[in-house]
Design a protein around this ligand. Structure first.
Ligand code: FE2
Length: 372
């Protein structure tokens, strides 16, 4: 897709542009254009912040002339009743050619257990730690697949913490920052036990659920305790195709969750399958243990349990469950807004450490590395 412009046309209300590679012209309302002017008088060139006083612009503002730069890479506009010219890079106009959220050029790769088991997204610890290329590869794998494994990592909490900090700072929660524990009852949460835990996402009771989670098993001497990962986006697509009514319920009913204990009461609501305003998958938020009491109208209540049952059946279907044993040296970092995790019961001794990262900070690092 080119960002090169071929021709311009001004109408009463719009600037119309013709692209070199496209039969479809794009058009932009004048008020919107003035509000998004890229010239130094309207946009801070260092911070990219808007400096236009949006509210002092005339609502019926019109362009006098629009001029295409010789190289086809920018447009300048002279306005009626204004001395200053506005300027727009063609790349910006292309990015804004259609209404809606900007589309990613990097579509996610959804998976079932069979599709992912023999080609696990993997990178070595040394590659991640030595240069930006390795770091970029790691965060991109996580973005595409929802998780990635870092192998040959020295099995100490210090090294593991530094690995997480390659991406961003560690999120503080009621459990602390970087955590390191063996099974005990330190917190009122099933994660601190040895029993089986079914597929879930963490922090459904948090308004801004942790974006990513990292695990590193530092010591293991026992049996069982396999880790399970389920691509929630893949399951959501399965439901969208299989049962559109259940999909509607799961995407529209806000489900409250809570953490009540240890002197705190956290509470938040999320639909189990969250969509963005264009209908694309945004966030899976599912933890049946932490669902708070709530009541719906009778028919809705029935629909809700029906949708919930289907969701629970699919995430517990072996077809969607990637299973492997976490062992010292193998770090898993996964998208907690997409991939659910679970753990089989185990006997023996296990020491696990890990961390949460915020969604926005991970995405910021990804964006910066992709821009180079
Ligand atoms: Fe968990």
């Amino acid at each position: 897709m080119t960002t090169q412009l071929e021709a311009l046309r001004t109408t009463d209300k719009y600037l119309e542009v013709q692209w070199k590679d496209d039969v479809q012209p794009s058009r932009y309302p004048y008020f919107w254009l003035r509000d998004h002017c890229h010239a130094a008088h309207s946009m801070n060139q260092e911070t990219n912040q808007r400096q236009v006083d949006t509210f002092s612009l005339p609502v019926d503002l019109r362009a006098e002339t629009a001029t295409l730069a010789e190289d086809g890479n920018s447009v300048s506009i002279r306005w009626e009743n204004e001395e200053q010219e506005s300027i727009y890079p063609s790349s910006f106009l292309r990015e804004m050619a259609v209404a809606g959220l900007p589309q990613s050029d990097h579509p996610k790769i959804l998976w079932t257990a069979e599709e992912i088991a023999d080609r696990l997204p993997k990178i070595s610890y040394d590659d991640v730690m030595t240069g930006d290329e390795g770091l970029k590869r790691w965060v991109e794998l996580i973005d595409y697949y929802g998780f990635a494994i870092v192998d040959n990592t020295p099995a100490t909490p210090e090294v593991t913490e530094d690995l997480a900090r390659r991406i961003t700072y560690i999120r503080e929660t009621i459990f602390g920052g970087f955590w390191d524990f063996t099974a005990n009852q330190a917190f009122a949460d099933s994660a601190y036990s040895t029993v089986e835990i079914g597929p879930h996402t963490d922090g459904t009771y948090s308004v801004d659920s942790p974006g990513y989670q990292m695990f590193h098993c530092l010591e293991f001497d026992g049996t069982g305790g396999e880790s399970v990962f389920v691509d929630g986006f893949r399951v959501a697509e399965e439901i969208r195709v299989q049962d559109s009514k259940a999909f509607d319920t799961l995407t529209s009913v806000p489900v409250p969750a809570q953490y009540l204990g240890d002197g705190v009461h956290l509470r938040a609501e999320h639909p189990i399958i969250g969509l963005d305003r264009d209908g694309a998958l945004l966030q899976i938020a599912y933890n049946n243990y932490d669902r708070a009491p709530f009541r719906l109208e009778d028919d809705q209540q029935e629909d809700f349990y029906r949708g919930l049952r289907l969701f629970n059946e699919l995430i517990n279907d072996r077809r969607f469950q990637l299973r492997f044993g976490l062992r010292p040296g193998t770090v898993v970092l996964f998208d907690n807004w997409r991939v659910m995790h679970a753990r089989d019961a185990y006997q023996g001794h296990r020491r696990l450490c890990g961390a949460y990262l915020n969604k926005e900070d991970f995405l910021s690092k990804l964006s910066v590395l992709r821009r180079g």
